[in-house]
Design a protein around this ligand. Structure first.
Ligand SMILES: Nc1ncnc2c1ncn2[C@@H]1O[C@H](COP(=O)(O)OP(=O)(O)OP(=O)(O)O)[C@@H](O)[C@H]1O
Length: 626
């Protein structure tokens, strides 16, 4: 087979590797060991589903060999191996998983960062090697193949001799340069410490021939060296260690190794429970939202182990949807190894664990909110929406658990506040918790409907997420206080003495309002004198069950239900425009028609609703200009 070229994107990454001046070249070993361990996992999975196979732990290991003379470092595994096609597919293109997604986001702007933080898989071998040879024999195949490349001029694949199933990765370590001592990667001691540092939790033994010294037989002072095969990693998974043996860095490292995210977790929760059900768990609350979090591709779930053996990659039963952002693992000795997905759903032990985990996460978030507000806000920025969905879903059955974790932007504080903070500041006479819905804080700030409530000095919560109003409707009452939209017809605010006057005026102008209502016919339910407007001439409010914001959201959904809010056009009788309206009503029927339509369309625009006929609207404006 002739020489093949790397795919374009792989080539860029390769160049980056080969020319990397990055000081953490050592991570190449972590990457190769992690691939080896994945390959053994794959064989292990096969044995779970195929009765004719058995998994004998002793047969599965990773071996590191050093050949100093020839500058070769070999990493062998007894994993699933690769066929000729797989060698071509997998090693000819850049890793399809984590790193690629990350690469897309960042377009390799800063390659060093990628290498440092996440590793780039197999290609990292070229950071330390001039030449990489992969010899592999796939499970179920009689032939073995050799993939070879110097990283620059493409690669070749040809048949080779290999007795056992698995893969050998052979690195021809680079010569030392002025700045870098590549010899390090041929030193037993150095390699051992790299393995300890990055790959200590790998579940399979990482073996290495280690030079030891012992007293020569018969001598009391003369030593001799001998070679012994040793397992370098402790294999004790982090979750089985004691919390006091572990530092924050250890958890962060685990998070990174597991590819849970490209961020650093905001919090980790290490749980050890012995009781009705026993389990260990490490959970992480990420800071940043995964790029696919709000897509249907995102799969929530925790890794599930039965006594140290992985049985499921993403066990979704362990997390409620609203905590779907949590990453981590659960290991329980009370679970059976051969448990199927269907059985899991009904497993009593698993349900207990899930319940317990849910409470732990909730408590951790409450503590974070209480003690580290900045961090909580960063978290909330990413996942707050999810918590609000949690309140709304399942007919509000989780609202008690979640209502103290949600926050909204406050008109008065100009920052995010909790419901508890809002209520604790409410003046005695204030009846309701007020909110206003809109596209953004800036737009809500300008809504005429907020005038009266703001003038009263009351705080308003800004709802900018689609789900906000729906979630609040589920809560209904918080600490004995009902929620009320600033657009609702009854704001529960006692009117000042001028109210009676305006009532009188309203009575006086009944005919005018009636007329306007007829002009607008089925577009509005009513036209009324406004009690909430101060400076603005007009606004829309609503009477019935659905708010205008809800109408917008529901009608933008795929299964458009054609929901209509009962809209009321409110007119500010203290505004100069009202005088013109009155005059027009008395003298010029065409004009009142024109004004009414103009005002209605203005109110729609303020609400962010589309106007029915924009051409007519602009023509109307022109008409009053000439
Ligand atoms: N030792 C191995 N045994 C079997 N297959 C391997 C081995 N090393 C690599 N592969 C295959 O090559 C693919 C590419 O490896 P690479 O390390 O570049 O990416 P990855 O492991 O998929 O992704 P990432 O390292 O970003 O998580 C792997 O997904 C795997 O299928």
């Amino acid at each position: 087979m002739g020489r093949k070229q790397f795919k374009a994107e792989s080539k860029r990454l390769l160049d980056l590797m080969v020319n990397s001046i990055y000081t953490h070249r050592e991570i190449f070993l972590r990457e190769l060991i992690s691939n080896a361990s994945d390959a053994i996992d794959k064989i292990y999975y096969k044995t779970l589903t195929d009765d004719s196979l058995t998994f004998d732990k002793d047969d599965y290991f990773i071996k590191i060999n050093i050949d100093k003379e020839n500058r070769l470092l070999k990493i062998s595994d007894t994993g699933i191996g690769m066929t000729k096609e797989e060698l071509d597919d997998n090693l000819g293109v850049i890793a399809k998983s984590g790193s690629l997604a990350f690469k897309k986001e960042n377009e390799l702007k800063d390659g060093h960062d990628i290498i440092g933080q996440f590793g780039v898989g197999f290609y990292s071998a070229f950071m330390v090697a001039d030449e990489v040879t992969v010899m592999s024999k796939a499970f179920g195949s009689d032939e073995a193949y050799k993939w070879e490349s110097n990283g620059i001029e493409g690669y070749t694949i040809e048949p080779c001799q290999k007795e056992t199933i698995g893969t050998d990765i052979i690195l021809k370590i680079k010569e030392n340069t002025e700045d870098e001592k590549f010899d390090d990667y041929l030193e037993e001691y150095r390699l051992q410490s790299i393995i300890k540092k990055y790959s200590d939790f790998i579940r399979y033994p990482i073996k290495m021939d280690v030079t030891e010294r012992k007293l020569k037989e018969g001598s009391e002072e003369e030593y001799e060296e001998y070679i012994e095969e040793k397992t370098v990693n402790s294999m004790v998974p982090i979750w089985k260690k004691n919390k006091n043996e572990l530092m924050k860095e250890d958890y962060d490292k685990f998070y990174e190794e597991k590819h849970y995210g490209f961020d650093k977790p905001i919090r980790h929760i290490h749980i050890k429970v012995d009781g009705a059900v026993s389990y260990n768990s490490i959970l992480f609350i990420p800071e940043k939202m995964p790029y696919d979090f709000y897509t249907k591709e995102y799969e929530k779930g925790l890794e599930l182990y039965a006594n140290g053996v992985l049985i499921m990659n993403k066990c979704s039963e362990l997390l409620p949807d609203y905590f779907g952002f949590v990453k981590g693992i659960v290991d329980s000795e009370d679970l059976s190894l051969n448990i199927s997905r269907e059985m899991l759903q009904h497993d009593r032990q698993l349900k207990l664990i899930a319940k317990n985990i849910k409470n732990k996460i909730k408590n951790e978030l409450s503590n974070l909110l209480k003690n580290e507000r900045d961090q909580y806000e960063a978290f909330y920025e990413s996942f707050g929406r999810q918590l609000k969905y949690g309140i709304y879903s399942d007919f509000g059955s989780n609202k008690d658990a979640l209502q103290d974790l949600v926050m909204f932007y406050s008109s008065k504080e100009k920052k995010m506040v909790t419901l508890d903070e809002y209520v604790s500041r409410m003046p005695e006479e204030q009846k309701y918790i007020y909110y206003a819905s809109g596209e953004s804080n800036e737009r809500i700030e300008k809504l005429p409907q907020t005038e009266l409530v703001s003038d009263k000095g009351y705080e308003i919560l800004y709802f900018t997420d689609d789900v906000d109003e729906f979630a609040i409707r589920m809560i209904m009452v918080y600490k004995d206080k009902e929620f009320r939209s600033v657009s609702s017809s009854d704001l529960g605010i006692e009117m000042e003495e001028n109210e009676s006057e305006s009532n009188l005026n309203e009575e006086e102008n009944k005919e005018l309002f009636e007329h306007m209502k007829n002009i607008l016919s089925d577009k509005v339910k009513d036209v009324r004198a406004s009690k909430r407007l101060k400076k603005h001439p007009v606004c829309l409010s609503n009477d019935g069950e659905f708010s205008i914001e809800m109408e917008k959201i529901l009608n933008s959904m795929p299964n458009n239900q054609n929901i209509k809010a009962d809209k009321v056009l409110e007119i500010n009788m203290n505004h100069a425009v009202f005088k013109s309206l009155k005059e027009a009503f008395q003298k010029d029927k065409d004009k009142i028609n024109l004004y009414t339509n103009l005002l209605y369309n203005q109110a729609l625009l303020i609400e962010g609703l589309p106007i029915n006929d924009p051409v007519e609207f602009t023509n109307n404006i022109c008409e009053i200009m000439i």
